[in-house]
Design a protein around this ligand. Structure first.
Ligand code: SAH
Length: 213
């Protein structure tokens, strides 16, 4: 299988056709080898238009959702970014292409370990993975210019809002355990601005400011 061709086709038919425009996001999606972040047996499906299992009942998001959430953060290249829910590490790699430094938190040690292995192999020296409860953020590294939560939360975790830099953006799926709305939270001089970007489905964000196990 020609993976580069599969990625180019994915960008045309799944992203551009649905309105993703940021040229840097499209470029990153053409570049990052998504198939490297899934089991070998599933590699040929890695560029299909759906989420995929990555172990521990977790999933890597559909390419369009990755692109949409990434575009929402409006990254230019000099940002410090926090991701909650490393999972396979694919989203972290996309962020690594688009920002200066990426801090990613995963609660399952074996997922974090595997993600880190792939990220190192691919040379993402600007991405750091840690095992912890991401709902409390990463206070030692705050503030962040952008924060992305890739698991569904019952409400916007307040520590993440507190760790946003002025002008910073936080994107987080908020709702019940079946479906959520994608919420963009922006820190502006007047306070906090919230925008609803539409319906999504994510696995649970489990932690102090998320769901209880
Ligand atoms: N962004 C990932 C997919 C995320 S799936 C990718 O690109 O592959 C959601 C992930 O969030 C799962 O791996 C799950 O274990 C993790 N997660 C759930 N609650 C968490 C928490 N409180 N802190 C850190 N990670 C969490």
């Amino acid at each position: 299988m020609n993976f580069q061709k599969a990625r180019d086709r994915m960008v045309e038919t799944q992203l551009i056709s649905r309105g993703i425009k940021d040229p840097r996001v499209l470029e990153a999606m053409r570049k990052v080898p998504r198939h490297m972040f899934v089991d070998e047996a599933l590699q040929e499906q890695a560029y299909s238009d759906h989420p995929m299992p990555i172990g521990d009942k977790q999933t890597i998001s559909q390419p369009y959702i990755v692109a949409l959430m990434t575009e929402t953060l409006q990254l230019k290249g000099d940002e410090k970014v926090l991701e909650i829910g490393t999972g396979s590490g694919y989203q972290a790699a996309i962020l690594g292409e688009l920002a200066e430094r990426v801090f990613s938190i995963e609660r399952y040690p074996n997922l974090a370990y595997r993600a880190n292995q792939v990220l190192q192999k691919l040379g993402y020296k600007n991405v750091i993975v840690r095992v912890a409860d991401g709902t409390i953020g990463w206070p030692d590294e705050a503030p962040f210019d952008a924060i992305m939560v890739t698991a569904g939360a019952p409400r916007v975790p307040q520590p993440l809002v507190d760790q946003l830099a002025m002008g910073g953006r936080l994107v987080v799926p908020v709702g019940d355990r079946i479906s959520q709305e994608l919420i963009l939270v922006k820190r502006v001089p007047e306070g906090i601005q919230k925008t609803n970007l539409g319906g999504v489905r994510f696995v649970d964000l489990v932690g102090k400011w998320g769901w209880q196990e």
